[in-house]
Write a protein that binds this ligand. Structure first.
Ligand code: 5GP
Ligand code: ZN
Length: 120
């Protein structure tokens, strides 16, 4: 299958693994959108959140806990976890992945985050 993340998982494309378990792996994003930008990826090829089935709940749980642990290890006080879903949702690679974004420490970056904040 012509899938970048399956090829990384199969070591056909060399990449540094930050986490490597039976179910998931994590890598640094090649084109980071934040000072810390990791991708947490299930080993099973599932296209997106829209393609999940009932038996995938364990995978989703492990993606989130892995992201949380990576954030702790990276010393992040706050961070964003993002799933892009479909082209209209900004998804480019059709293999489910969770973005971990963080490491902003400049006030102007935090004040201009792209998502609405309740205190504004
Ligand atoms: P999406 O837009 O599909 O949610 O995110 C795909 C992400 O994968 C993008 O942030 C992009 O920079 C990253 N990416 C694309 N190709 C590669 C690659 O070969 N290696 C790594 N580490 N990241 C990649
Ligand atoms: Zn894949």
């Amino acid at each position: 299958m012509d899938c970048i993340f399956c090829k990384i998982n199969n070591k056909e494309i060399p990449s540094e693994f930050l986490v490597d378990t039976k179910t998931v792996f994590a890598i640094k994003d090649i084109k980071p959108s934040a000072p810390v930008h990791y991708l947490i990826i299930p080993k099973e090829h599932v296209e997106s959140i829209a393609h999940l089935e009932g038996n995938h709940s364990q995978i989703i749980s492990e993606l989130i806990f892995t992201a949380r642990d990576l954030a702790v290890n990276a010393g992040l006080k706050g961070y964003k976890l993002v799933f892009n879903v479909g082209r209209e949702g900004g998804q480019v690679i059709d293999h489910l992945h969770l973005h971990l974004l963080g490491g902003w420490n400049r006030k102007e970056d935090i004040d201009h985050m792209p998502h609405p904040r309740l205190d504004k």
